[in-house]
Design a protein around this ligand. Structure first.
Ligand code: KIV
Length: 275
């Protein structure tokens, strides 16, 4: 975390969306980690990780559910406030939980609550139907990250946590949705579990930063779930990497993840999927 002096007091230099955009423009990578509480948010912030995601993955990692579906808007507000207390520099991105953004009006009411709690951008999972919702939130000053590919809130429809965009028509659909989301004002795209080549095509097709998880090495940024990098996940996904196994502290593990993303050392082919 870097500090700057403002009227004689030291203040943390804040990561903003324009700063992330500049990193993409300069072809510099940035990193994102999930956090749901004060202590880990502080550790992530101090390691200089640019973005903290208050992910609805907390339904699984914190609450012990089998999916993210039971997570409520009040759960997200509670954890966003806890993260806000620890994050001085990192940008705070917050997931809108399952079925809280089915209409533009619902989305606005619920996203506003997350922003009041300390969120600086909200993340929404979906497809083409998401477009009017993205447009509405952006018009009202609520920045949006559009999450495409494997969208865990749709696990029942998808029939499991499966790689998406493997065939030509579904790959084209994900590409089209990313381009539309940018046109409607989205500030970030997140791609989960899609082939490396598709993620590369999308990263080059849009001018906003693309964050990947299980999407190969070409995206502008990488996100992982904090429990995965600390070796706390019983059956880790292919894209997960246990950084605590190679370091001697939580702080060093977080730092190593950030460094590897910046240097392009993570992810490797073994963490990625092909068509
Ligand atoms: O909720 C979450 O942690 C996420 C990441 C897996 C991207 O959405």
């Amino acid at each position: 975390m870097t500090d700057q002096t403002f009227y004689g007091s030291k203040v943390a230099v804040k990561t903003t969306l324009p700063k992330l955009q500049k990193l993409k423009n300069k072809k510099l990578k940035f990193s994102v980690l999930t956090a749901y509480d004060f202590s880990l948010a502080k550790a992530i912030d101090q390691a200089g990780i640019e973005v903290i995601l208050v992910g609805d993955s907390l339904g699984m990692t914190i609450q012990g559910h089998k999916s993210t579906l039971p997570v409520t808007i009040n759960d997200m507000i509670y954890h966003t406030k806890a993260v806000l207390a620890g994050a001085k520099s990192a940008l705070i991105m917050v997931d809108m939980p399952f079925a809280t953004y089915s209409t533009p009006t619902d989305a606005l009411t619920n996203a506003a609550q997350l922003m009041r709690a300390g969120g600086e951008i909200v993340k929404l999972e979906g497809k083409q139907w998401l477009m009017p919702i993205i447009e509405k939130l952006c018009q009202q000053g609520i920045p949006v990250c559009a999450h495409f590919g494997l969208t865990p809130q749709f696990v029942n429809q998808l029939g499991g946590y499966k790689i998406q965009g493997r065939d030509d028509s579904s790959a084209q659909e994900i590409l089209r949705n990313a381009i539309s989301a940018e046109k409607l004002g989205a500030k970030l795209i997140l791609l989960e579990c899609v082939p490396t080549e598709l993620a590369q095509t999308i990263t080059e097709a849009v001018s906003i930063p693309v964050i990947g998880i299980g999407a190969g090495k070409h995206t502008d940024a990488q996100v992982l779930v904090i429990q995965d990098i600390l070796g706390l996940t019983h059956k880790p996904a292919r894209f997960a990497k246990n950084y605590l196994a190679q370091t001697n502290s939580i702080q060093a593990a977080i730092q190593m993840f950030g460094d590897e993303v910046k240097n392009g050392d993570y992810p490797k082919a073994e963490h990625s999927f092909e068509s």
